[in-house]
Design a protein around this ligand. Structure first.
Ligand code: GLU
Length: 309
């Protein structure tokens, strides 16, 4: 077995030198400020060993990676009833597509496209004030990562609220079908803020450990979700975690993963490790360009693809 720390450092160095860096997202103006040269990688194995490379300690906007954690919370609240509000099939369309919603009567294809994540946020919000719901999401991440310093980047949240016309369209459209229970503004406010949570690769890999270890934090032994739920969340990550790039990600990397337009990816090697990578430049599907390439190199060198060597 190659040395984990060495492999992580090698990959970070290879990524640092590559000229192809993808395109930083600009549709949320505040995200456009990210440095295209940044690259970070963090891997935490079953024994709690932490391997870091590049800018693994620099916080970035986790954006849609937050949807893994809101899905976990919503399943905790509603159990399988959640699947009446949102499907679990890959969408094959862009992350913010509205077309499918009309055909499918306002029920989003899966919890990881924007429409689906907005419906999940609405479920978490029901019975609470937006501030309480947001506090619950943030505290959940702080608990999982064992780090109370994790916070929301208010500038990113405000920037997204100012320019989130398409998300507002998706939310209003779902509201017209009765899929959202709360005032659209409240649901969107919570959604924009949880997307604006800032975390480093190390913090994100810490937060993902329960998914790699059958729902348990392997260090404390504490259960976060039952094994069956962890397995199912991983399944949705594998099939839907990269929008219409999900097939390509499974083909090349072979792990459940969730990307965000901030350039982060959380990937899970079941039984082995929780992995977070960050590089702000995106590919045509809105997924981190070098993040995917780095994960492909990592799973190849360590033999970690769930589909075998
Ligand atoms: N907050 C972003 C949006 O709603 C999330 C998109 C993403 O990370 O893919 O557009």
């Amino acid at each position: 077995m190659p040395d984990l720390d060495l492999v992580v450092k090698e990959i970070a160095e290879e990524m640092r030198q590559r000229p192809d860096r993808g395109e930083v997202a600009t549709y949320i103006p505040e995200l456009a400020r990210a440095d295209a040269n940044a690259f970070g990688l963090a891997v935490i194995d079953a024994d709690g060993n932490v391997a870091l490379g590049g800018d693994a300690e620099t916080p970035f906007s986790i954006q849609s990676i937050s949807k893994v954690f809101t899905l976990t919370l919503a399943l905790g609240k509603a159990g399988d009833r959640l699947w009446q509000r949102v499907g679990r099939e890959p969408s094959g369309s862009a992350f913010n597509s509205i077309i499918q919603l009309e055909y499918e009567h306002g029920i989003p294809r899966n919890p990881f496209i924007n429409a689906g994540a907005i419906a999940v946020t609405d479920l978490i919000l029901s019975g609470h004030q937006p501030r309480e719901a947001l506090g619950e999401i943030l505290r959940f991440l702080q608990f999982l990562a064992d780090d109370e310093t994790i916070a929301i980047d208010e500038a990113v949240a405000a920037s997204e609220r100012r320019t989130g016309f398409r998300n507002a369209a998706l939310a209003n459209y779902m509201k017209s079908f009765g899929v959202l229970e709360n005032p659209v503004d409240f649901t969107l406010g919570v959604y924009f803020h949880h997307c604006a949570i800032a975390m480093s690769c190390r913090q994100l890999a810490m937060a993902g450990r329960f998914l790699a270890h059958q729902g348990r934090n392997p260090t404390t032994g504490r259960s976060v979700v039952v094994p069956e739920r962890a397995r199912r969340i991983n399944a949705v990550m594998l099939t839907c975690g990269h929008y219409d790039g999900s097939g390509e990600f499974a083909y090349r990397v072979g792990l459940p993963g969730k990307s965000g337009v901030g350039g982060g990816i959380l990937a899970i090697a079941p039984g082995k490790a929780s992995i977070a990578v960050w590089s702000p430049g995106l590919d045509a599907s809105g997924n981190s360009h070098l993040g995917r390439i780095a994960l492909e190199a990592l799973t190849k060198r360590l033999g970690w693809s769930i589909f075998g060597a």
